[in-house]
Design a binder for this molecule. Structure first.
Ligand SMILES: Cc1cc2nc3c(=O)[nH]c(=O)nc-3n(C[C@H](O)[C@H](O)[C@H](O)COP(=O)(O)OP(=O)(O)OC[C@H]3O[C@@H](n4cnc5c(N)ncnc54)[C@H](O)[C@@H]3O)c2cc1C
Length: 541
């Protein structure tokens, strides 16, 4: 006989940071909550695993900035152990001819660095950042709250209560007024929100190391060329968030990215939330009244009138529900979602830090605290994309490397290091190969590319983990390996995430909500999806 896991006000599917945040806010509102996590570790894509004795590795995500300050405060994350260590400098970009560009948060030293390549760019860089900051200040409030819906969707798509329409209109009106304050910069704001990164960067700057450093940010996690509309939007992330201590400063989490989930789990425990690990949900249970709970793969059922799913929309609607439980139009929109992805992750344990020929020296140096880019020109990025477009991993991949051990002594044995390498483009869909056959040789190619700039790296490798896009799907439950739970294209953002008309975390099944990166404002360790979902759930209670 199938066993019962108990009766709750709300069951949350998945203990990524968003699922845990939803659970904590609901418990704070007096609800009885259970979180069911498929894996043995918490945090989802923001996790720490001791892969090799003494090496505590942030296996997927590696830096944080966007985590909302009010979440850190409301959920007492600092008191419960969360410590964010600022990343400064922010980036180090060596060039093939032995030069480098080091950027950070000091205006004067940025000017010195950039003027090595272009005096004009050095003057323009602060103006560029100020523009981004002004635009981000207008956009950020709309990102951090439930998405208001301006779309004239027909009644048979979704019948929206008048109270919600008024709420949305009033929020849209204030956004409209704030947007107006940008004055003559409105066209630039629209281009940043919907346009391509490359033409913007080419207009602003003339030196390739600076252009390429900024352009790399634009395609992180996206299967897109920097010339494709939509890529400029991520440039804004560069100046957003303040989890690193100051606006726009990104940071490492002490103990690894799983430190966020560890602090959240402690808060959840204090609030009486039940967290069950190794509890894979396979079905969302419904009746004509709406959601009734979930069933695990082993048949255990958890009863609840509210189910909040932090996994992606494909799993939530196409795996956990049957087609007849959803309106056909909605299901068609979900089936059309874009999960294209081209990211892989390589984690290395190193006996010594990388020694770059462009920055000679022994041991640790300031460059190791920033993100080290192997992505020297915009044409290099375009060529890397071209390979992937035709179903091949880039011949010369873009590598974004961080070394958290440069600031955190708690995650590796004395004197040893962890190098986290985020790789583009590694397309999930390969034309003539299988990721399980080629991932190690692809990783060899990535290491060889690093060795062109830091020759000691191959000889310093003690251990290596390679996560192909297929592994990202298998390990973290990301459809198509998409690191954002669905591409962050304009038509899959804001009021259209996951699909038009359903961006307020509610779904066509009464009592079923989305609370993870599949919902507005999307991927990234931000917590807004989880918090806003809880606000809407409590409103409906
Ligand atoms: C390789 C990689 C690098 C990244 N780097 C960064 C970065 O540096 N900075 C940044 O801000 N963002 C980064 N991101 C994106 C960011 O990590 C994610 O967008 C974010 O963590 C998503 O959080 P979430 O809680 O919404 O979902 P997830 O973290 O995806 O959590 C969903 C949870 O649901 C669980 N689950 C899946 N199926 C089931 C099931 N059937 N039953 C129960 N549970 C289930 C999963 O195991 C997981 O724990 C990265 C992502 C990846 C993959």
């Amino acid at each position: 006989m199938a066993s019962s896991g108990g009766n709750y006000d709300c069951v949350v599917i998945g203990a990524g940071h968003n699922g845990l945040i939803t659970a904590a806010y609901l418990a704070k509102a007096g609800k009885k909550v259970a979180v069911l996590e498929r894996r043995h570790v918490l945090g989802g894509c923001s996790t720490t695993e001791e892969l090799w004795p003494g090496f505590k590795v942030s296996t997927a995500s590696y830096v944080v900035s966007l985590l909302l300050p009010e979440i850190i405060h409301d959920l007492k994350l600092k008191q419960n152990g969360l410590k964010i260590l600022p990343r400064d400098p922010s980036s180090f970009t060596p060039t093939p001819d032995g030069q480098y560009l080091l950027l950070g948060h000091d205006v004067a030293s940025n000017a010195n660095e950039i003027s090595k390549f272009s005096k004009r760019d050095a003057e323009k860089y602060p103006q560029y950042n100020e523009l981004l900051e002004r635009i981000a200040a207008v956009v950020e409030p709309i990102l951090m709250k439930t998405a208001p819906d301006p779309l004239p969707m027909p009644k048979d798509w979704r019948s929206i209560p008048l109270t919600k329409k008024f709420r949305d209109m009033s929020r849209l009106w204030s956004f409209y007024q704030d947007f107006g304050k940008l004055g003559g910069e409105i066209p630039e704001a629209i281009e940043l929100l919907a346009g391509a990164a490359r033409p913007i960067l080419e207009r602003w700057f003339e030196s390739e190391p600076l252009r390429a450093t900024l352009a790399t940010d634009a395609i992180i996690g996206a299967f897109a060329s920097i010339s494709a509309p939509g890529t400029a939007y991520v440039l804004l992330h560069h100046v957003m968030g303040e989890a690193g201590g100051k606006r726009g400063v990104w940071g490492f989490v002490e103990g690894g990215m799983g430190g966020i989930a560890a602090a959240l789990a402690k808060t959840c425990e204090e609030l009486g939330v039940t967290i069950v690990r190794e509890a894979p949900v396979q079905k969302i249970l419904t009746s004509e009244r709406g959601a009734q709970g979930v069933e695990l793969a082993d048949g255990t059922s958890y009863e609840a009138k509210v189910v909040a799913s932090s996994v992606d929309a494909n799993l939530t609607f196409r795996k956990f529900l049957q087609p007849e439980q959803l309106p056909a139009d909605f299901l068609r929109a979900i089936s059309n979602l874009d999960y294209a992805s081209a990211s892989a992750k390589i984690n290395l344990a190193l006996a010594e830090p990388p020694q770059f020929t462009a920055y000679p020296g022994q041991g640790l140096s300031p460059i190791h605290r920033g993100t080290m880019h192997i992505s020297p020109t915009m044409d290099y990025i375009e060529r890397a994309y071209e390979d992937a477009r035709f179903g091949k991993p880039s011949e010369e991949p873009i590598l974004e490397m961080t070394m958290p051990t440069s600031v955190d002594k708690t995650i590796a044995p004395d004197g040893k290091h962890i190098l986290s390498i985020f790789v583009q483009y590694a397309p999930y869909e390969l034309r003539d190969a299988n990721w399980d056959d080629i991932k190690e040789s692809f990783a060899d190619r990535c290491v060889a590319k690093i060795a062109e700039y830091a020759p000691n790296v191959p000889g310093a490798i003690m251990h290596r983990q390679v996560l192909s896009p297929l592994d990202l799907e298998r390990v973290y439950g990301l459809t198509g390996g998409n690191i954002m739970q669905g591409a962050m294209n304009f038509h899959q953002l804001f009021a259209m995430r996951p699909v038009a008309g359903w961006a307020d975390h509610r779904t066509p099944v009464k009592g079923l909500y989305l609370c993870g990166a599949a919902s507005h404002p999307g991927g990234g360790v931000m917590g807004a999806c989880g918090k806003n979902a809880a606000v809407e759930i409590v409103r409906d209670f």
